[in-house]
Design a binder for this molecule. Sequence first.
Ligand code: BGC
Ligand code: NOJ
Length: 821
Amino acid sequence: MKFGHFDDVNREYVIETPRTPYPWINYLGNEKFFSLISNTAGGYAFYTDARLRRLTRYRYNDVPLDNNGRYFFINDNGTVWNPGWKPMRVELDSYECRHGFGYSKIASSKNGVKADILYMIPNGDNAEIQKVTLTNTTSQKKDIALHSYIEWCLYNAHDDNTNFQRNFSIGEVEVLGSTIYHKTEYRERRNHFAFYHVNSKIDGFETDRETFLGLHNNYDHPDAVFADKSTNFVADGWSPVASHRINVSLNAGESKTFIFVLGYIENDNDKKWAAQAEQGLLQTNSAMRVINKDKAIALQNKYDTVEKVEKAFNTLKDFWTDMVGKYTLKTGDEKLDRMAVWNQYQCVVTYNFARSASYFESGIGRGIGFRDTSQDMLGVVHSMPQSRVRERLFDVASTQFEDGSAYHQFQPLTKRGNADVGSNFNDDPLWLILGVGGYIKETGDEQFLKEMVPFDNNEKNKATLYEHLKRSFRYITTHIGPHGLPLIGRADWNDCLNLNCFSTDPNDSFQTSTNKDGKNAESVMIAQMFVYVAPDYAAMCRMMGDEAEAKFAEEQAAQMAEQICKTGWDGDWYIRAYDDFGKKIGSKECEDGKIFIETQGFGSMAQIGADKGYPAKALDSVEKHLDTKYGIVILDPPYKDYHIELGEVSSYPPGYKENAGIFCHNNPWVIIGEVKTGRSAKAWEHYKKIAPSFLEDISEIHRLEPYVYAQMIAGKAARRHGEAKNSWLTGTAAWNFVALSQWICGVRPEYEGLRIEPRLPAHIKNAEITRKYRGVTYKIDITNNNPEGKVVLTSDSASVTGTLALAKDGTKEVSIKAVIG
Ligand code: BGC
Ligand code: NOJ
């Protein structure tokens, strides 16, 4: 069943009912000011860091779901309704929500009043703009009231959720004209504040939640909206909110537009305060000093007309056209073509937010993951401005320790490693090599390797980025266990394979408790990753003129591959790991968890034991044991019991998360492995099962947004097989884009040029790809006669060597014909 449709021309997903199977959300903002917005206008705004600088309050896990957002209430002679349906859930005469790139639109109507709302965050400003147009579609004059509503968060979202003995006494606001200022904690160490403004005269306001709702009311009966009069009460502690009331008279057929601005301002310390209170200013205590509002007023004025907002909206649309226009795909398979567009959008959002703030990540739990962001890089390196990607890689590398290990996470606001989570996830160092390699392949910016980068953010202890990579590589070669394989530490990519945790205490965190010395448990996956990234590392060594290190890397990789064949192969598939007792994990010998996807994916991507046919055998085993109609499960059979020697992986009920859920993150490893093994038809079968646009028709089963990937779909052992959870912020986005663009479509950046080896499915006979690469637009015209056939490239404007193409000097646009088979 569908709940909407794709509007491919406008690049929007159009949701046709507010009753989606779960809130279907979108993200606004792509610099410093961000918002999450659901199809019923729920969500929240924050500045840079969803934990430390949250501006509006949201209640996770609320009942019903998705309460609190930026709400408008319309009181039409006693009938009160919300254009976004929530929170009142009054039946609407019409409803539509369009999620576009960086904006959302809600349009609905009730009793002859139509509301059209555009929500967006313009580039370059710290503000969410809400353009609200009300139209009277009847033939009679209408007098209605429009009420806005947001609830302020007291900045630190964690404290805001927990420290009520303090919170209920610190809320402060100022009201000046049509603007409500969130002044909480400004008197002390904060030099920032937020405001909510509307570009018209108001007829009243509310700033206190209890006054707005009524002490015993829910959001479905806000007293202030039902009353004919505002209290104009200035909040004094408790929960400060911002609500404007505008009386709107609409003649038959008339429309009026109001522009609301939710803004964030920072003042220098010596400019925090105004010389004197403005005339008409309201605050609880007239003796208090008053916010210097110069910057706020300038920001309000910047968006005070429809024309100005329209202009910013067009700029935003152009920005996104450019962003996702660096890679375009036309195959005639509409589901596939739209994935190329939406997958890129998800990659940018994931890159911006890491794993911090979604409808499954509370924004207070996690900063930016070392491993996560290094992978996210792969999905945006072609589309994002080079400087931003470079900066993030620099920040990530700065949280590495001298010995090559790394903080597992860092906070985006401070850019410091997160000491609470610490280090010792032994795969982390290798992802840095993958990320930097991906960046240089795309940009050719070899100079980056020479940049001085601190260890552990210590400015006094720096080394070249190249040296950081060397430490990464060496970390693996110096941490080898009894079977000649890398030690796993707390975990590898699978955060739940906690082989040194040995926890019996439910109060322990699986991720941060270590009760074994870590000298035994080994990861086959890290070994495979090592082999996989070694060619990149060797290439970068050569760029630095370090032939000896390049040779060393190649030798080490060859030895590791051999070792995997000896101690990491189980006969029909690659083993997953060895536990602390030296027992195999992911082997026929195991009762549960006999086979894992990760090592079949990475093993086939790295083509380990190819001369013995291992990749093909491993992939056949995936099909036999792990594949389902909704995608490939992470392991099988699921663990029935908790295993102290395995940790969190065995903590989940069968079929969920790392215990046999379908991880959309490592399905693409299998897809890539299939292409590399020359079986692209199988790659396509796997791709279709998890790509969200292909799942639109089963939205009642899948439940999450059909325009973005979710991290996990419940596996075959789960009661709700096929149901997804954790949409948006997942490495799934980047890896599926890599699988699609670089392997199925076969256009991949390499150090020397663009490799073009399309392996499209047989039903696609012709395709067109445009790909911007190092400042040149490559137009690739594909004729697909036989998907596994020989690729022949011809071009007048590029030099072609086999399947590698590079624009001739001075050429800005290149046309290439690729004939397959
Ligand atoms: C989840 C993992 C996640 C980890 C983050 C675990 O509970 O199952 O998917 O990576 O938490 O710390
Ligand atoms: C989500 C985490 O963000 C990622 O780092 C990890 O690799 C996967 N879960 C698998 O556990």
